[in-house]
Design a protein around this ligand. Structure first.
Ligand code: SF4
Ligand code: SF4
Length: 202
């Protein structure tokens, strides 16, 4: 059994919600849509390799459209993530936020034979790494395993999408593989209008 806690406390400096691109999995997107009703066409964007750093060319999550590569990300502007409350500087979907956000800035440590060792703090992601708190590692590890499973399914979905070639294909079409969005909401997005919340079916 690995270390059961890591010393850290988030001081809500906002760095990870303004300077870091968040890459959700389709399962994160489904949870956000289900919990908040936001239109995924509004809160997602698809970045080209020159708009994102730190993702290998061979990463299986790259979508392929017309010979160009795209990575699904949470939309952001100069003030930060789509979901960052610009007044309070807190996440407006905290309970539903992507697993990647929950794991930031923790880094999994494993033994040579792949057994769980604990978590440390990433040194190169810009977090000030304040050590005046204590975070239990068991829930972090459970999240890590859940995210790993989602990534494996994500890769399968990308493979299906990349195999499909048709006229007018856009990276946004990937959304339709895991969320059903009414046409009128897509049209509003294309016209640059903000969509009303989606009706959520339980
Ligand atoms: S979803 Fe929330 S926690 Fe994640 S980057 Fe956006 S504002 Fe920050
Ligand atoms: S960068 Fe670190 S301290 Fe700042 S908001 Fe993110 S997790 Fe908290």
């Amino acid at each position: 059994m690995g270390r059961d806690s890591v010393q850290f406390q988030c001081h809500h400096c906002g760095h990870c919600c303004t300077e870091v691109v968040c890459l959700p999995t389709p399962w994160d997107v489904v949870r956000i849509v289900r919990d908040t009703g936001f239109n995924p066409y509004d809160f997602l964007e698809f970045l080209t390799p020159d708009e994102i750093t730190g993702v290998d060319e061979g990463d299986p999550s790259w979508l392929s459209v017309g010979g160009e590569r795209y990575m699904m990300a949470l939309r952001r502007d100069a003030k930060g993530c789509f979901f960052l409350d610009k007044k309070t500087r807190y996440c407006s979907i905290y309970e539903s936020r992507p697993i990647l956000c929950r794991l930031y800035p923790f880094k999994l440590e494993e033994t040579r034979d792949g057994a769980f060792k604990g978590f440390s703090l990433h040194t190169d992601v810009g977090c000030p790494r304040n050590r005046d708190g204590k975070v239990e590692t068991a829930p972090l590890y459970a999240l890590y395993l859940e995210d790993s499973g989602h990534h494996s399914d994500y890769d399968d979905l990308v493979e299906v999408f990349n195999r499909d070639a048709y006229s007018g294909k856009k990276p946004e079409d990937f959304i339709e593989l895991f969320v059903e969005v009414p046409k009128k909401h897509r049209k509003r997005h294309e016209k640059g209008e903000v969509s009303p919340k989606l009706a959520i079916r339980e």
